[in-house]
Design a protein around this ligand. Structure first.
Ligand SMILES: *Cc1c(COP(=O)(O)O)cnc(C)c1O
Length: 447
């Protein structure tokens, strides 16, 4: 309570998994890694990723629905998730040749890959056909290119991506008349194309619109089957919610916020929705349980029509599966608060580059030392005024000292490497993978 003064913002502690607390409770682990790598680093815990996959898969089986979870790979570049996909029975959603190659090299079979993205290169389409991957067709001319390639190379497995009816300005997907033509072309090119179903990817995190559109696509599948097409699956894309913080703490940060909570009186127009309910597997359960027509839930509708449910979660599979560590280089006082400068850049916390800020509180490590609470904002090691990891005056238990670590929790989904850069010729943060051992953790670099 004594932390809440004019020059400190209210705390927003992250919901973290047990492993993260244990890793920070280890008296040596983070210090040893920091010493070894010498710069900022991202800590990755693949076991948590595997648990997140299994939670979704168990939700599917509990509802009696057959389906596949594909990891939306763009949410984190590290390699360590891929073997975990293999172990936990997930496929991978890729959108570039390097992503496809990394998935295959990690042991994911081509048949367990879905290739998404707009106007995919011929070389990516060709590689996808060669490996029997499912290809989400986004445009009619792409379908024509793909058909040409498939005639020469072997049949292509495809799904038709639908432009969301509630987002008619989306640049992705096929509209009604394009879908009509695409189906016709699938029938004509039946030898070269295997049309397995329809897909979409919605923005936002609501269950209801996903259930409604999925139900519509089941109807489309049923109609496509009458044309002799396979049309056996519906892919609802990604956008599974993640809850980073408790509702109470999140509510403090909605609405107009006092300028004194932020360095330089900075105002943010919006924050990412850091609290959500339902999230992850609970959101999938809610989607499956949504009534879609005449008392029928989406789960009923899928099972009664023999339709499989595919999904491409990125962020949700990385929920609580990693954190980012920056070394404090110095501290400077500014009246009642202080500015810590860390080795590393705000480019390693992606939210900062959307005219917003990653809200969950960074933690000071080690936690030892006198109790002398202070509000601290966090700057990066560049010459840019706006290179701030946190404009917010974060309530810390004591002033950080040079050599301390600041741990940004729950950063695995998109924060770590979406916008990383080597500005100032600073090397990118290292990636450190933790594995459990009998006595604690072992660590290795992600390659
Ligand atoms: C980005 C993306 C995803 C993953 O989205 P999340 O919000 O991380 O779950 C899945 N499918 C497609 C087509 C995407 O573009």
């Amino acid at each position: 309570m004594d932390l809440i003064t004019a020059d400190v913002s209210p705390a927003v502690p992250a919901n973290e998994a047990k492993w993260a607390h244990e890793a920070r409770a280890d008296p040596r682990l983070l210090a040893d890694i920091a010493y070894a790598v010498g710069g900022p680093f991202h800590v990755l815990f693949p076991d948590q990723f595997g648990e997140n996959v299994l939670a979704l898969r168990e939700t599917l089986s509990a509802a009696g629905v057959d389906g596949t979870v594909y990891f939306g790979k763009k949410a984190n570049k590290s390699s360590c998730w891929i073997p975990e996909c293999v172990r936990s029975g997930a496929g991978v959603d890729v959108a570039s040749e390097p992503e496809l190659v990394r998935a295959l090299a990690g042991g994911v079979r081509g048949e367990d890959v879905v290739v998404t993205g707009a106007a995919k290169k011929d070389s990516l389409l060709w590689l996808a056909i060669r490996h029997g991957a499912l290809i989400a067709v986004d445009a009619l001319d792409e379908l024509d290119r793909l058909t040409g390639l498939a005639r020469r190379t072997g049949p292509a497995r495809i799904q038709l991506r639908v432009r969301p009816p509630n987002d008619p300005t989306s640049r992705f997907g096929l509209d009604e008349s394009e879908l009509e033509q695409a189906l016709h072309r699938c029938v004509t090119a039946a030898g070269a194309l295997r049309m397995e179903g329809f897909s979409f990817h919605l923005s936002g995190y609501l269950a209801q619109p996903r259930a409604a559109l999925a139900a519509e696509l089941v109807d489309r599948c049923v109609r496509a089957r009458t044309l002799g097409l396979d049309a056996s699956s519906v892919d609802i894309g990604g956008g599974f919610a993640v809850s980073y913080v408790d509702e109470q703490d999140w509510r403090t940060y909605t609405g107009d916020l006092p300028a004194e909570w932020f360095h330089a009186g900075r105002k943010f127009g919006h924050f990412y929705p850091y609290h959500q309910n339902p999230a992850g597997a609970d959101m999938l359960a809610a989607i499956l349980d949504t009534t879609v027509d005449g008392g029928l839930t989406l789960a009923d509708k899928l099972t009664s029509t023999g339709t499989r449910l595919l999904m491409e979660p990125g962020r949700a599979l990385l929920d609580r599966a990693g954190f980012s560590v920056f070394r404090v280089q110095g501290l400077k006082h500014r009246g009642d608060y202080a500015i810590a400068t860390v080795g590393g850049l705000s480019l390693s916390v992606s939210e900062q580059w959307k005219n917003s800020e990653f809200l969950p509180d960074p933690l000071l490590w080690p936690r030892t030392g006198e109790y002398a609470p202070i509000g601290v904002c966090v700057g990066g090691a560049s010459c840019l005024e706006y290179d701030m990891l946190s404009w917010r005056k974060i309530p810390l238990p004591r002033p950080p000292r040079s050599g301390d670590l600041l741990v940004y929790p729950s950063t695995a989904g998109y924060q770590m490497d979406k916008n990383e850069s080597e500005f100032h010729q600073l090397p990118l943060p290292d990636r450190v993978v933790l594995d459990r051992t009998a006595g604690g953790f072992r660590w290795r670099l992600d390659r």
